[in-house]
Design a protein around this ligand. Structure first.
Ligand code: FAD
Length: 436
């Protein structure tokens, strides 16, 4: 393929960084001692830092890069509280009662982030746009319909099926076989949200310090000694919030989260009519494939941002852009000839049970593993961990202290991804072919 899909000035970094690039300038000096040291300055660590500082604790949030360098300034900005594991599969795995508790807790994460953005007045273009989940095959449409049939959300009109004949009300494409619209979902500018959360945490008194690569933590006389690239901090409590960027300093956690690269492209500005037609209601869009596409208009409504997992072996942003551009044209043939201004990637943290986790290991708190759905969830688990550390939780969070599985074959390098990814992709292709 020729390189004429790239606009002049094409960049291999997130589109979001045009408005708010991660920066370590003007951050706080590293303290020698704090009440709580938090490793990781993404949504999770910042949200924990904010809540702890609001309660009066001395907190330092440490990041080895400029805070926001991780997934928190690279994601699609889609906000929702649904878990990645389908409710029927979850009920089979953990039983109906626990499944209900986990699903309700997920729902709370959505309410929580909306309240937080309003309370802290975070200017991040948040809009409750709703979401449309497009069915990849008639079988997937039927499965979605079964999942919501008779549910409270369906009765309340919060979710509904949209047949293929009416699909263009939701998405300017005939690629899919209908889908499900959901009203409890929204979109934001992820890097501005991260920046606003960092400002809120600092306003409350939390210190944000970077670069500070945490290389090891030991416990001596009841206190944690946090060794980092610029020295040491002594802390009463520690929280690990490193998600898909967990380093070898935390081998136990690294064996439990699988970093998988996800890629996004941004188009050049589109003609207003063309842009509006792609997503008439400005919804967050995604599909039901195992190796899914997720896409949306930019907050100003002028560009399409189109994401997916186009390589299970990590590939560079230019190669990914070419593949994603082809996928985007498959969904939206009207974007033939449209050029790209940005292409980037970030690590999604998958877990072996497809559930997020918070808990404690060797006395240290952790929260991670949002499976590609962590804008609300990482923020919420950070908050819940802070309540737990401050002994202010009046009930246990449903995600707290659940068994955090790993696999004997996994030591932190996901060598098996190309095999699993190839299998999933093949199943998607077969289902699509059968649907024709
Ligand atoms: C491309 C992409 C698209 C996504 N789209 C969506 C979406 O649309 N909606 C959604 O809900 N979720 C989405 N997600 C997931 C979401 O972005 C994440 O779940 C969320 O940002 C995780 O936040 P976090 O704070 O846990 O981790 P991160 O933001 O990844 O932060 C972890 C931080 O830990 C730091 N760190 C690691 N090791 C150390 C160490 N040893 N010392 C110091 N610091 C360390 C890293 O530098 C990093 O900054 C997407 C993710 C990606 C990658």
């Amino acid at each position: 393929m020729s390189d004429d899909i790239f606009a002049a000035g094409f960049k291999t970094r997130p589109y979001w960084w045009e408005a708010a690039a991660p920066s370590a300038d003007g951050l706080d000096p590293l303290p020698d001692a704090v009440d709580v040291a938090i490793v990781g300055g993404g949504y999770c660590g910042l949200s924990a830092g904010l809540e702890l500082a609001r309660g009066g604790a001395e907190v330092a949030v440490l990041d080895r890069e400029a805070p926001g360098f991780g997934a928190s300034s690279r994601n699609g900005g889609m906000v929702g509280g649904a878990l990645k594991i389908p409710s029927d599969a979850l009920a089979r795995a953990v039983g109906p009662e626990q499944a209900r508790a986990l699903i309700e807790e997920g729902d709370r994460s959505f309410d929580f982030i909306e309240t937080l953005i309003a309370r802290e007045k975070i200017a991040c273009h948040y809009r409750r746009s709703g979401r449309f989940t497009a069915a990849h095959s008639p079988g997937h449409y039927a499965a979605l319909a079964r999942r919501i049939e008779g549910s409270e959300a369906a009765k309340a009109g919060l979710v509904a099926m949209v047949p293929r004949a009416r699909q263009r009300e939701e998405i300017g494409s005939d690629f899919y076989h209908g889908g499900m619209r959901g009203e409890r979902g929204g979109g934001l500018h992820p890097a501005l949200y991260h920046q606003g959360l960092a400002q809120a945490a600092r306003r409350a008194g939390a210190k944000i310090c970077a670069p500070a690569d945490v290389t090891g933590i030991t416990r001596q006389q009841g206190m944690f000694h946090v060794e980092h690239s610029a020295g040491k901090i002594v802390a009463r409590e520690v929280m690990i919030a490193t998600n898909g960027y967990t380093t070898a300093a935390f081998p136990w956690h690294r064996r439990r989260v699988i970093p998988v690269a996800s890629y996004i492209i941004a188009t050049e500005e589109l003609a207003p009519e063309l842009a509006r037609g792609l997503s008439p209601k400005g919804r967050m869009l995604g599909d039901t494939k195992r190796v899914l596409f997720y896409f949306r208009l930019s907050p100003d409504g002028k560009r399409l941002l189109f994401g997916g997992r186009v390589g299970f072996k990590t590939i560079d942003e230019v190669a990914a852009a070419k593949r994603l551009h082809r996928c985007m044209r498959g969904v939206y043939p009207q974007l033939n000839g449209v050029r790209l201004t940005h292409s980037w990637r970030g690590n999604v943290a998958f877990t072996f049970d497809i559930l997020p986790h918070m808990g404690r290991h060797e006395g240290m708190h952790y929260a991670m593993g949002c499976n590609g759905s962590g804008v609300a969830m990482a923020t919420y688990l950070g908050y819940q961990t802070a309540l737990k550390i401050a002994c202010r939780a009046n009930r246990a969070c449903a995600f707290d202290e659940r068994p955090f599985p790993t696999s004997v074959v996994y030591r932190g390098t996901p060598w098996f991804l190309p095999l699993v990814g190839g299998y999933y992709r093949a199943r998607d292709a077969v289902e699509r072919a059968l649907a024709r």
